[in-house]
Design a binder for this molecule. Sequence first.
Ligand SMILES: C[S@@+](CC[C@H](N)C(=O)[O-])C[C@H]1O[C@@H](n2cnc3c(N)ncnc32)[C@H](O)[C@@H]1O
Ligand SMILES: Nc1nc2[nH]cc(C(=O)O)c2c(=O)[nH]1
Ligand code: SF4
Ligand SMILES: [Mg+2]
Length: 206
Amino acid sequence: MNKLILPIVETFHSLQGEGAHTGRSAFFIRLAGCSVACSWCDTKYSWPISTKSWRSLDNIVYEAIVAQQEGAAFIVITGGEPLHHSLKDLCHRLAYSKLPIHLETSGVDPLTGKFDWITLSPKRHKPPKLEILRACNEVKVIIHETTDLLFANSITRLTNDFVSPPLLYLQPGWDNIGGYKLAVDFVRRNPNWHLSLQTHKWLGVR
Ligand SMILES: C[S@@+](CC[C@H](N)C(=O)[O-])C[C@H]1O[C@@H](n2cnc3c(N)ncnc32)[C@H](O)[C@@H]1O
Ligand SMILES: Nc1nc2[nH]cc(C(=O)O)c2c(=O)[nH]1
Ligand code: SF4
Ligand SMILES: [Mg+2]
């Protein structure tokens, strides 16, 4: 059965602040619901699914088309953990806009929907599905402490022999000076890795 509604926390048109597409105009769709429970999550307000948050796919697609007319170059589906929901129908409907569709995910659930770009941000305490590691275009590991660097090394080992390995990003935990230092030092010594800063937060925009 087609599911024509999804729980949405917010939609907004901003610049992609993180990873390989940093600085590009994007329309964000933030789905509600996450059970991964990262202690440092900057989006804890997206964890609960309120009864008032359910919106029709038609309504979401309409907003994406308005954003496209205002300059959005692609759509970012994020959350919460967007893959807690089936994204098949949403992607199918959004495809009418012809905008590329990007996904931000922790990768704990099976992949649903069709994407032009997948950002996997794997979590140490709940490792991602191998199918998502294989399908993703970039991996974004969040750095708070030394153990996170060991986790990044394990990702390097896993992806090294992929036919087309993903781009590799370290992103310091927001407001964690120790995390910035660890990430900069690691990238300096590991040229396959890039630094991702949450540029939207530095700029004070969404
Ligand atoms: C809020 S999550 C939503 C998508 C999905 N649940 C995930 O974790 O990838 C979006 C991105 O923000 C990152 N993130 C969350 N809290 C952060 C923080 N305090 N500092 C840096 N990055 C953070 C996540 O790792 C993820 O890459
Ligand atoms: N500007 C901006 N860029 C982002 N990239 C990923 C985000 C997210 O929360 O998933 C995000 C976000 O919340 N804002
Ligand atoms: S998986 Fe993403 S949304 Fe969920 S708690 Fe972790 S960072 Fe937050
Ligand atoms: Mg964010």
